[in-house]
Each structure stands twice: as structure tokens, then as C-alpha cells.
Design a protein around this ligand. Sequence first.
Ligand SMILES: *Cc1c(COP(=O)(O)O)cnc(C)c1O
Length: 232
Amino acid sequence: MGQVADNLVMVQERIAVACRRAGRAADEVKLVVVTKTHPAEVIARAVAAGADRLGENYVQEAARKKPQVGGKAQWHFIGHLQTNKAKQAVELFDVIETMDRLKLGRELDRRCRAAGRDSLDVLVQVNVSGEESKSGGSPDETGALIDELAALPRLRVRGLMTMPPWFDDPEDARPYFRRLRELRDRLAAGRPGLDELSMGMSGDFEVAIEEGATIVRVGTAIFGARCVAARA
Ligand SMILES: *Cc1c(COP(=O)(O)O)cnc(C)c1O
């Protein structure tokens, strides 16, 4: 097995250990392997080693690499999605994790209909820290946005996603993960299907799992440092 396959197995084991520590079943947590900047042949190695969900931040980059990667993995969009990229996003992605505004939701719904696609899973991105540099809506407005999106016939709102501020010590991210879980728990009352919590990256996914993550998004711990030159 190569380095990428070894790293993937190690991350899967760390997920299992964190689940056990938290009294959760290992299959409650889905791993999105974040592939941004990495070339298709390296991603294909991860898929061959069992990666079944891939995460990309740029529509163009995914369009270029997806045909070369092949396989049956689900593709998650985890970057900022411009409305004018909605058509391509509908063609390429199984899940949009960064839904942050109604206008984008309307456009995705319209593009699904045009493409004959029945449904598209989305997560609503929440800015739990209130930092201006972070994307996502405010926690106070999340319920209203979910209800507006739920009224669009082709979008299925499956849960919430967040990116806390960056810390050296992953313990410092814990309060933000907890805040997202508490928000989900509050909003899930009366909104069936709001199950997913996408939170936790290479540096802090174990803490996120302890706080209830159902999806973790991990790149560097599997592929090493990002390749700046590979971006389209
Ligand atoms: C890049 C990225 C990740 C993965 O980060 P790593 O630290 O490389 O694991 C996760 N989520 C989002 C939204 C990202 O942009």
C-alpha cells in the first residue's frame, strides 16, 4: 500500500477510536476526503483504497479532475459557491455543504429541474464564531433559511456545516463544535431529516466527533501539504 492508502487507514482508525471514546458507533461518522489541489491520480489512489466521499472547493477544479478520478465516490462541494456556477455544481456534486443564501438555493433548484435531477442534498453553512472572515450565515437566521430552502422542491436540507476559527490547540475549537450541535438539536425539533453535522478537519476532527460530528472533512492528514501548483 502507498502512503495515501496508509494515511487513509490511519485516519479511519482515529475516527473509530474517537467514536468509541464518545460512545458512538464508528459508522455514525462519514469521512469526506478533501482533495483540493491534489492531482487526479493521487485522488484515484485514495478511492482505490476505499475513500467513498471526496470534497472539493472549486467547481472548475472538480470539473477537470472528476472524469480522471472515475470510481463511484460521492462528491461534496465545500468551498464558496458562486451563483453563476450553480449549473456546473449540479452536474458535478452529490452534496453542497456550503449553502448560505436563498438566492443560491433558488438557482440550484432551478438548475436541478433543467437537468432533470430530482433532488440535491445541501447542508446549511453556519458561521458560529461570528468572525467576519468566515462564510456562512448567522446562527439566528439559520432556521429561517432552512425553511425557505425546504420549500424548494428539489433541495433536501440534510443538516449544518461549520468551520470554526483556526487554533493550534484543537480543544479551543470544541465550544464552536458544541454550538453547532446545540443549534442543530434546537432546529431539528419540527424539522425531520436535519441529521448531519459536518465539522472537523485534519487538526481537530476527533474533538468534532466527540461533539457530535456526523461528517468530518479531512485533507492534509491523508495527502500531506497542499500542492499549490496543481490548482486549475
Ligand atoms: C480544505 C478544507 C478542509 C480540509 O482541511 P485539512 O486541514 O487539510 O484537513 C475541510 N473543510 C473545508 C471547508 C476546507 O476548505
